[in-house]
Ligand binder design. Sequence first.
Ligand SMILES: [Zn+2]
Length: 296
Amino acid sequence: MRIHAIQTGRVLVKRAQISGRGRGLWRQLQPVLSRQWADWSPTFAWAIEHPEGVIVVDTGAAAHLKSPPRWHPYFQLAVRFDIEPEQEAGPQLKKLGIGPRDVRTVVLTHLHVDHDGGLAHFPHSRVLADGNETARTAGIKGALLGYLPKRWPQWFDPEPIAWQPVPYGRFSHSARLTGAGDVIAIPTPGHTPNHLSVVVRDGDAQIVLAGDASYLDSTMLAGAVDGISPDENVARRTLADIRALCAQHPSVYLPSHDPNSADRLRRRDTVTTAEPPQMRNAATWPPSATIVAPVM
Ligand SMILES: [Zn+2]
């Protein structure tokens, strides 16, 4: 099985988005209010060349994100996109010899704009997403949460993931994405309440395509909740469950915006869970109420 890292441009966010500062509503406002930008980060989509057909995990960013909604505080104050049309997922896959009709399945970890931005390149694919995640994008509330369903292709009508009560590690449910059972979706709620990740069992290791479950491997290991997750407790538990998964089985852990994800995939570098790095902002706070805040 071959897995390709497809970098769809770069994104700039605040440091307080990558590793949350403070707690509750304050934490969720920091990505907008803080003036401390992080470095430019990549936005990865992934293509799995599987014997049953190509599976694309997330569709990445698109050039239209350089013209974000003018009324939206998050898009105006908290994020910048750098991407040209030829850097979108479709043209890059074409260069690898993978055409739109070769992509059998597209799986979306969540429906934030830099993960569903490239959907237009996949009109012939079966598209899967969590049903509750899709429902959350609707109406004013969806817009405030930072979803931009108006920018989806007209045909977009994702099939809800059929979660089965089959545990995977500490995760109580999972969904097989291949007949062989070697590509599996797992629910990784936190960054969004119905965020999911995709695990590829390949030889001795499992490749964890983590979406935005964390922005970095270090924040996952430290249990540091990001500045976006609506519920800190849910997010923290997911990070702990991912860490346990990585401790159980050699795992190549690949967040969508981790600058080292492509290198780790190429080298098949597995996570070492024995000595997590010390993080200044490791989140250990009590739960906060779920609130509406602009998110990415
Ligand atoms: Zn996101």
